[in-house]
Design a protein around this ligand. Structure first.
Ligand SMILES: Cc1cc2nc3c(=O)[nH]c(=O)nc-3n(C[C@H](O)[C@H](O)[C@H](O)COP(=O)(O)OP(=O)(O)OC[C@H]3O[C@@H](n4cnc5c(N)ncnc54)[C@H](O)[C@@H]3O)c2cc1C
Length: 408
């Protein structure tokens, strides 16, 4: 068995680990810093972010965009290393960027590979050693030093930074193994749930809605009808699930909730009475047409067919003038509160993020050092923090990695 020594070992060459290596080497170039990555190359997940464009941060990031037990740490990081500072960090290593109208930031090239390339070049310039194909099996503290064990070799280290991510999208590297050895070191792992993932629903007519995208408000409620969270935006229908950013943002809460429901409001700007009035107007305009024309010019026709035929059981060849007052009210009710029954989803493979991870109280919010094991730091998605969709998760990964790198 070979043995190595490093002043700092960073476990995981993802978003937080790579910036941590740069921040750490920038502080003291004489120390030996080693990144151990289980995949054959670092930054595999980074390349897949933002549909290959990498939404690297969000200039509007605030505490409300984050969930989990590390509130104090998130608050400190937003003040100490806000998105602007993360962008300064990237500018200094050569990345040009641009912002969209919602504060989301992308590399100017629109290529996630630009982000990874500048990180790798900076690490190389600073002499940080990358060792790929090395899955860390265990971390033990032996007196002042850590023993970090991989297949075939051990690294003795003064400090260890765990940047192994959560369990989401295992094919891109993070498989929860980091959380396992953090647990063995005495940490508490808060329950894990997939987040930013499509929400599976079991309504029988999903097949007919497949492929439709529409605008609306989505409300997540529990089995007693208690509203848990509401979001507005583009909703996408697939054969078995609802998705789109607004649905993603409800997904971890849906996984955690018993018998959740999602309600769609396809007319969030309208109240019930004005919607009913508008539908009566349509009844007049299209009086002699068949029911299949009732939604023409208003919403996606396929959605209209499903509401009339599958939800209300109407015959589409019926004349629109035959619609009763009660029918119009029922249609309005569905348009503003269409119920979808969610199916529990614990599938991490299609999730972008993991909800849960190392309990926030066990990490020093000003340094990212573990309160349980001196000299051990924990960053990024391994911590019990999950952000909304829109650059917030990388912002947390980068800012926590930079903070740990500056401190260690
Ligand atoms: C498809 C997809 C798109 C996304 N798009 C965005 C986006 O546009 N904007 C945004 O903000 N967020 C996005 N995210 C979320 C974001 O990528 C993550 O939150 C972020 O990468 C977490 O950083 P991390 O450093 O904690 O973990 P990761 O980036 O997951 O890195 C962890 C690294 O540790 C390695 N590792 C794990 N276990 C071990 C071990 N035992 N030994 C050695 N190495 C190990 C892994 O191989 C991996 O390289 C996306 C996620 C996915 C899956």
């Amino acid at each position: 068995m070979e043995n190595y020594f490093a002043h700092v070992v960073i476990i995981g060459g993802g978003a937080s680990g790579l910036v941590c290596g740069i921040a750490c080497a920038g502080k003291d170039s004489k120390r030996k810093i080693m990144i151990l990555e289980k995949e054959q190359r670092v930054g595999k997940k980074l390349l897949a972010t933002g549909n290959g464009r990498c939404n690297l941060t969000n200039l509007n990031a605030s505490l409300t965009n984050y969930h989990g037990s590390f509130k104090k740490g998130v608050e400190y990081l937003i003040g100490e290393i806000p998105p602007k500072d993360v962008l300064d960090f990237f500018e200094k290593i050569g990345l040009a960027w641009k912002e969209d109208e919602e504060g989301r930031v992308y590399p100017y090239s629109n290529q996630a590979s630009s982000v990874l390339d500048v990180l790798r070049l900076a690490l190389d310039r600073l002499g940080v050693e990358e060792k790929c194909g090395c899955a860390v099996k265990s971390v033990r503290k032996n007196g002042k030093y850590f023993n970090v064990e991989c297949d075939g070799f051990t690294v003795k280290a003064e400090n260890v930074v765990v940047c192994t991510g959560g369990k989401a999208s295992q094919k891109l590297g993070s498989d929860g193994s980091g959380l396992k050895f953090l647990k063995e070191l005495g940490h508490t792992v808060m329950p894990l749930y997939p987040s930013l993932v499509p929400v599976s629903v079991k309504n029988p007519y999903m097949k007919s809605l497949k492929g439709i995208r529409c605008f609306g408000r989505v409300t997540l409620s529990d089995e007693r009808g208690q509203k848990l969270r509401e979001e507005t935006g583009e909703i996408q229908f697939s054969e078995k699930a609802l998705s789109g950013i607004c649905v993603f943002n409800l997904s971890s809460m849906a996984s955690k909730t018993k018998n959740p429901r999602i309600y769609l409001n396809l007319f969030p700007e309208w109240d019930f009475t004005s919607l009913v009035d508008m539908l009566f107007q349509r009844k007049k305009i299209f009086a002699d047409n068949n029911l299949e024309e009732f939604f023409t010019g208003l919403i996606n026709k396929r959605i209209g067919f499903v509401i009339l035929k599958d939800v209300l059981g109407k015959n589409l060849s019926q004349k629109i003038k035959e619609l009763s007052k009660d029918d119009i009210k029922r249609i309005a009710n569905i348009l503003i509160k269409w119920e979808f029954v969610c199916v529990p989803n614990m599938d991490f493979s299609s999730a972008q993020v993991t909800k849960g991870g190392i309990k926030g109280d066990e990490i020093d919010p000003f340094t990212m050092e573990s309160k349980k094991v001196k000299g051990l730091y924990i960053c990024g998605e391994a911590v019990d923090v999950d952000g909304d969709c829109g650059g917030y998760n990388l912002q947390f990964a980068f800012s926590s990695g930079i903070l740990a790198g500056r401190t260690v």
